[in-house]
Write a protein that binds this ligand. Structure first.
Ligand code: GLP
Length: 250
């Protein structure tokens, strides 16, 4: 596990963007796993800049998003589909047919989950997966108690997560969907390499438990300790409770 504690959000985003850029330069048809939330926004901004100013080419890149709310239409302002188009895809030269985001509106959600897994396999698996972390230590929507071997499935969101995400739904928890489609922890662990990002004090406990606590389904991000190629980049605040001698870059 490579862990970097960097100065601030900007340094975290830029460091992650460089890793993504280098991966695309090495493999133009990179299979890139993407996350939503406020954490990766700076990374996406930097990738857009690299595309516009440095000609970073996304035309062959294949993307798979981690998760999506069940029941939100694709064009709903808070759907993860909309988030990805607004914050990344509309600003780079991605081929729309290379974009994969779970569809929370399909009738047969179980069949969709199976199809999503097969689709990832068809492309030879995810080369590089970007992750954020929830305050309760979740990755994607793998809430506490989710099996560490889980595959893409329908997840029931916890009260904590729904409360955290209510800020995007007029502050009204009732408007936050109760279920989501999410890649499983097992799906995520099959990615060839992983970057997890976290910033801000609110994530300090989750980061401490995920990195320096036991591997447990109660903190699904702790499963990353089992992965051979994971890079964790956190800002000073998110890393403030870490005790081991990780790399500090400030
Ligand atoms: C949601 C997403 C996660 C994300 C988490 C943290 O629960 N499903 O993928 O990591 O929120 O979000 P934020 O980056 O806004 O703190």
């Amino acid at each position: 596990m490579k862990v970097f504690i960097v100065k601030d959000y900007d340094a975290m985003s830029k460091k992650a963007a460089k890793i993504v850029r280098d991966a695309i330069l090495r493999k133009p048809d990179l299979v890139l796993g993407l996350a939503t939330g406020s954490t990766p926004l700076g990374l996406y901004k930097e990738l857009i800049r690299m595309h516009k100013e440095e000609g970073l080419n996304f035309s062959k890149v294949i993307t798979f998003n981690l998760d999506e709310y069940v029941g939100l239409p694709k064009d709903h302002p808070e759907s993860y589909n909309r988030f990805m188009w607004d914050n990344l895809f509309n600003h780079i030269n991605i081929n729309p047919s290379n974009v994969h985001i779970p569809d929370g509106t399909v009738e047969d959600l179980e069949a969709f989950c199976k199809w999503y897994e097969e689709k990832i396999d068809e492309y030879g698996g995810i080369d590089l997966q970007i992750l954020g972390i929830g305050r309760d230590g979740h990755i994607a929507f793998n809430e506490p108690g989710t099996s560490l071997g889980s595959r893409t499935h329908i997840a029931k969101l916890t009260e904590v997560t729904r409360r955290d995400n209510a800020r995007f739904f007029d502050g009204d928890i009732e408007k936050v969907p109760k279920y989501a489609i999410t890649m499983g922890v097992g799906t995520i662990l099959e990615a060839k390499s992983i970057i997890l990002l976290a910033n801000g004090e609110a994530k300090a406990d989750a980061i401490k438990k995920a990195l320096e606590g036991p591997v447990t389904c109660l903190i699904t991000a702790s499963a990353l300790q089992l992965h051979p190629n994971v890079t964790i980049i956190v800002d000073k605040e998110a890393g403030s409770k870490l005790e081991l001698e990780w790399e500090r870059e400030y």
